[in-house]
Design a binder for this molecule. Structure first.
Ligand code: FES
Length: 105
């Protein structure tokens, strides 16, 4: 079973393959930041530190929101800040294997 770890905490969760990241942690008593839970507000954004290939590919809705978030970050913090960041939406990303993530505030 995949393990989801939250970076800089001692929170690790054994989850089922194919579960949505947000739902999998919520079902195990950990609530990630969120808003719409449908992929459009971006409130559930997380940075993926390890295992980016262990999440399914973003669908069109998630990718549009990620693209907007990247543009916002670029304007607010500069190109360098966002260059190597892997951003996903926890309400859309499906878990395929072990990942280490952290909510982006
Ligand atoms: S909660 Fe709105 S995009 Fe995930």
């Amino acid at each position: 079973m995949p393990i989801v770890s939250i970076k800089d905490t001692n929170h690790t969760f054994e989850v089922n393959k194919g579960e949505i990241l947000y739902d999998s942690l919520f079902d195990r008593g950990h609530t990630l930041p969120h808003g719409c839970l449908s992929g459009s507000c971006g409130a559930c954004k997380v940075e993926v530190f390890e295992g980016k290939d262990q999440l399914d590919k973003p669908g069109a809705i998630e990718q549009n929101t990620i693209d907007s978030l990247r543009e916002e970050f670029k304007i607010l913090h500069g190109e360098e800040f966002i260059k190597n960041k892997e951003i996903r939406l926890s309400c859309r990303a499906k878990i395929l294997g072990d990942v280490i993530i952290k909510p982006i505030k």
